[in-house]
Design a protein around this ligand. Structure first.
Ligand code: ZN
Length: 222
């Protein structure tokens, strides 16, 4: 098997490894991309995206169920998604990629691998998003913030604030899926591989329940 970085994917451009330039890691290649349809196909075939009638952990009912861990459990899919999310930031000069734990860790890892830079994650400590475990940023370090799914943008915004408070500069925000309906805005470049619109309702006003359908609790099926 040839090195992953030189394998053409679905007839798209192959990935080229970044090379170490005078100013640090600089990206010089063309990366594999995924269309929105290809991204959603990966999610759907692994059960990471289901359409139907679901009871979420919050108690709300929804017509969409999203669980990125189910697609990211396959390293090959995770690498493909990471490459595709890294591609539009190839010239952003990112020196590290950060994501909130736990859902974003694998995304940061794969995007960072594609860009040839470090992958870090933030965790909440007493309710505040912080860099722990000895992770540090150099003054002015150029950081790309990523997530698996952006719903309200809340935790992503906390990571952006954490980077800035730690002396870094945010060069962009990327997510595999945007389910905010475009509502989550950022003051930096923003990319999502796919947009998913999902509606949630309290059970008493759920239109799907009114049709006589039974809500499924994802993950509890046998
Ligand atoms: Zn319902």
């Amino acid at each position: 098997m040839r090195a992953r970085g030189h394998r053409a994917r679905d007839g798209h451009a192959s990935l080229t490894r970044p090379r170490l330039g005078a100013g640090g890691l600089t990206y010089h290649g063309v990366m594999a991309t995924l269309t929105e349809r290809q991204t959603l196909e990966l999610y759907e075939k692994t059960g990471a995206l289901m359409r139907g009638h679901f009871r979420l952990t919050s108690g709300l009912h929804s017509d969409i169920y999203l669980q990125s861990a189910l697609v990211l459990q396959y390293p090959e899919h995770a690498a493909r998604l990471g490459d595709a999310l890294a591609a539009p930031f190839g010239d952003a000069g990112a020196q590290s990629v950060l994501a909130p734990a736990i859902g974003g860790i694998l995304v940061a890892h794969e995007v960072a691998r594609a860009l040839g830079v470090r992958a870090l994650f933030t965790e909440r400590e007493n309710g505040v998003m912080r860099l722990r475990r000895g992770f540090t940023l150099t003054p002015g370090e150029r950081c790309l913030v990523v997530e698996d799914v952006i719903t309200t943008g809340g935790s992503t915004r906390e990571v952006v604030e954490c980077v800035r408070a730690s002396g870094g500069a945010v060069v962009g925000v990327g997510s595999l899926i945007d389910r905010s309906g475009g509502a989550a805005a950022f003051d930096v470049k923003r990319v999502a591989l796919a947009t998913v619109s999902a509606t949630t309702w309290p059970p008493e006003s759920c239109p799907l329940c009114k049709t006589g359908s039974q809500a499924i609790k994802p993950g509890s099926r046998v």
